[in-house]
Design a protein around this ligand. Structure first.
Ligand SMILES: [Zn+2]
Length: 202
């Protein structure tokens, strides 16, 4: 199939989203923030205050929200737009239009969880949907700034439904994975070649 530039999806023309074959795993934790609950407690006990979003993170968070909204996505991980930080933004479809920022997101699988196959798309894998197995219930852990007090809070919450799926998708990106990693090898190879072709036309 011969591709013409005019047939490219709009978000590829915007030249912002890193495609799946180029996704790098963020190498560093966000240095301004504690990387886990233990470090959070230790730094707080040591007198450190986390009363504002560190100023270097503000424009990055704004870029992520803008990119996700512009591309009509429900979530985006920082490394998908070339930001080397362990954070993502997510909005829960049908629940809110606001994106929530997750710093250092991680999760464990709840004992009641089951694996469920459902189709997923991804901004880094244009024009493709595939059945991806995800856990139905996860215990998510992350940090966020409380919008009322502005203070950094260590969060821990059970997620189910779409939110659980989107969260696992974004954490995957931060581990350097995309939905293509769940595809059979031949499909992954074909799709990667297709993506490379799209890139060469940019
Ligand atoms: Zn994605």
């Amino acid at each position: 199939m011969k591709l013409k530039l005019s047939t490219l999806p709009a978000y590829l023309k915007l030249d912002r989203v890193v495609l799946a074959d180029k996704l790098d795993k963020p190498a560093a934790w966000i240095p301004e923030l504690p990387k886990n609950k233990e470090e959070f407690e230790a730094r707080k006990a040591g007198g450190e205050k986390f009363d504002r979003v560190p100023s270097s993170l503000v424009p990055l968070c704004e870029r992520m929200v803008k990119a996700a909204a512009e591309h009509d996505g429900v979530g985006i991980a920082a490394n998908q737009i070339g930001i080397n930080r362990r954070m993502c933004v997510i909005k829960e479809p049908g629940v809110t239009d606001e994106f929530r920022v997750f710093f250092h997101p991680s999760y464990t699988v709840d004992g009641e969880s089951k694996l469920e196959l459902r189709p997923e798309g991804c901004l880094s894998v244009p024009r493709y949907q595939m059945q991806v197995p995800r856990q139905t219930i996860i215990l998510a852990e992350w940090f966020e700034f409380d919008s009322d007090t502005g203070k950094l809070v260590s969060m821990r919450e059970l997620f189910g439904g779409d939110l659980a799926r989107i969260y696992q998708h974004e954490v995957d990106h931060l581990l350097g994975r995309s939905i293509l990693d769940y595809a059979p090898r031949d499909i992954r190879r074909n799709k990667t070649a297709f993506i490379k072709k799209l890139v060469s036309l940019r």
